[in-house]
Design a protein around this ligand. Structure first.
Ligand SMILES: Nc1nc2c(c(=O)[nH]1)N[C@H]1C(S)=C(S)[C@@H](COP(=O)(O)O)O[C@H]1N2
Ligand SMILES: [Mo]
Length: 567
């Protein structure tokens, strides 16, 4: 049995509606001829998906193994992040939580594999077109890697070439496997892109095993290919996540601070189950950033530069910084995206070099009204110089968090911590540069996207216990939570049940004016459904705003309200 047709010819014939031979599957209208590409579109799509997966896996593995080689998935993510439309404030901000980043990665892989499925179908008739689709995607990824993810052009070109080659070779191989184990004849009139025109895709027609067996073999091969790709891609990701610098080296240990803060006594906190601890453990501290994978820093080569409108530009190595006297502060850091009752907030003991001393050494020029932090991956955040210099405030070039070296995901080797300001205008992680400029002269990363230029943390309070919707027994219960107004301090917290009179809660002794406090109120729960609200007053006597606002553009306002069921 021979068929003197190439793949493309067969497809054209099929398209014209020429009678087809039903061979073996018993599926009407599904002709199988020796030398044809897979007749099932689904098979071709599967071959495409498996080939795309191999391409992505090769990119992840190359990125994990070779320094300076970007991951295409990460580069696409960086592109998505860079292309965010100004004004898409909350939507976009919500992308940067840890789980949302995983979702972005998954979405990118899903879209890439969907495109690969189309490439597989196209590849039935024109393998060169399928390869071009792979090349276009990888090319875009490579351009993105260089343009927005700071990869070297060489590394980007390398990863794109290797990935496209791997995907194209896999596709051709799987399409041939799907084509019933028989080879198509030389292309003849079918053109360059024809699979059958490729060296061992053409040639003599060979009688193959039973098509049913072939299909099973094809499905098995595709499955194995996908599995190997998933393993290789996963391994690449693991390697990426543990590159030097992404893991804090033991050599980064810090000396003890010149005047260490006392550890808060256990009795400084209220013993209420479910109440947020005064100090947030570093591994539970919220993480928000635009980095799809934690930037790796080569500690030996890393410098913190002080630049711009200064009399003297400076550059500090890690050793320079840790040889300076370290100060410690308690400070609550909040994300502007934190909604009323939300948990994008934490309180930590930060250790580092006082920013005031660094500025003093660089001697800002008159008119240098803004301090801009720039990270190794190009993120920026800026705040008024006057805010940093305010007496009584101790902003830090932080090197330590909660008694240890700054964790990689919280900014190792150095970050800024500026008491009283939301993270997006102040707390630059993976700090590479402190630039002095004017307030008008530069907008930090989030400002052109519609967030406020100046953003002090708003006075807020949260009910942690009981939880919203909880069922309680009748009798005395603890109502408790946290309240913050960095760095104005909290002077009062009040709770109101069912719109009755405000009742004043007890406050824990503040760790600092920049730290949150715990509050507690004993409440006699009576049967029924009850609404509870909390409000805080800051150190200057200002009560927190009651009118609810969304997080954009300068932070959420309004009282945290919960409902409980008693009895
Ligand atoms: N380099 C860098 N620093 C950054 C960000 C970022 O995206 N990149 N995000 C900022 C924002 S919006 C916040 S809220 C804080 C969060 O710090 P954390 O992840 O340590 O909690 O980091 C800030 N510093
Ligand atoms: Mo943030």
């Amino acid at each position: 049995m021979t068929a003197r047709r190439g793949w493309a010819t067969a497809a054209r014939v099929a398209a014209r509606g020429e009678p087809r031979v039903t061979e073996d599957h018993g599926m009407p209208g599904r002709a199988r001829r020796p030398g044809q590409p897979p007749q099932r579109t689904a098979d071709a799509a599967l071959a495409g998906v498996a080939a795309g997966a191999v391409g992505l896996a090769v990119s992840e593995l190359a990125a994990g193994l070779l320094p300076g080689v970007p991951s295409l998935v990460v580069s696409f993510g960086a592109l998505v992040i860079a292309l965010q439309p100004p004004g898409a404030k909350e939507l976009v901000a919500s992308l940067f939580g840890t789980t949302d980043k995983a979702a972005l990665n998954i979405a990118i892989v899903a879209v890439a594999l969907a495109i690969a499925a189309v490439a597989g179908v196209v590849g039935r008739t024109r393998l060169s077109l399928a390869t071009a689709v792979f090349a276009a995607c990888a090319g875009l990824g490579a351009v993105a890697a260089v343009a927005v993810d700071e990869a070297t052009p060489l590394g980007a070109a390398l990863v794109a070439t290797v990935s496209v080659t791997a995907a194209a070779v896999t596709l051709r191989w799987l399409l041939l496997a799907a084509g019933a184990g028989r080879r198509a004849e030389p292309a003849g009139a079918t053109g360059q892109g024809d699979v059958s025109a490729l060296p061992d895709g053409g040639g003599q027609v060979v009688a193959g095993p039973q098509p049913g067996l072939d299909r099973r073999r094809f499905l098995r091969l595709s499955g194995i290919t996908l599995g190997v790709a998933a393993l290789a891609g996963g391994l690449g990701r693991l390697l990426l996540a543990s590159r030097p610098g992404t893991v804090v080296p033991a050599s980064a240990a810090l000396p003890s601070p010149a005047s260490p803060l006392p550890t808060p006594a256990p009795e400084a906190a209220f013993p209420v189950a479910g109440l947020t601890p005064l100090v947030t453990p570093s591994d539970e501290f919220f993480q928000i950033d635009t980095a799809l994978i934690t930037p790796g820093v080569d500690l030996a080569a890393w410098r913190l530069r002080v630049t711009g409108m200064v009399e003297r530009e400076l550059a500090y190595s890690y050793d320079d910084l840790r040889a300076m006297p370290l100060a410690e502060i308690w400070a609550t850091l909040a994300c502007v995206s934190n909604d009323v009752g939300g948990d994008l907030i934490g309180n930590a003991r930060w250790a580092g070099v006082p920013l005031k001393g660094v500025l003093e050494a660089a001697r800002p020029l008159p008119g240098a009204t803004q301090v801009v932090g720039r990270s190794v991956d190009g993120f920026t955040a800026g705040f008024p110089t006057a805010w940093a210099l305010e007496p009584g405030r101790e902003p830090l070039v932080a090197l330590g968090m909660n008694g240890a070296v700054l964790p990689a995901e919280h900014g190792f080797p150095a970050r800024l911590i500026v008491p009283g300001l939301f993270g997006y205008v102040s707390a630059t992680k993976w700090l590479a540069e402190i630039e002095l400029t004017t307030l008008e002269g530069f907008d930090g990363y989030w400002v052109p996207l519609g967030w406020a230029k100046e953003a002090p943390i708003l006075t807020q309070s949260r009910i942690d216990v009981p939880r919203d919707g909880e069922r309680l027994a009748t009798g005395m219960v603890d109502v408790a939570g946290v309240a913050w107004a960095p760095d104005r301090g909290i002077s009062r917290v009040e709770v109101r049940v069912d719109g009755d009179a405000w009742q004043q809660a007890e406050l824990s002794r503040p760790l600092s004016a920049a730290s949150w406090v715990q509050w507690r109120l004993r409440w006699g729960a009576t049967p029924g459904s009850h609404a509870m609200e909390v409000r805080a007053t800051d150190g200057s006597g200002m009560v927190q705003a009651e009118q609810r606002t969304p997080p954009a553009p300068d932070g959420a306002r309004g009282y945290h309200r919960i409902r409980v069921q008693v009895g």
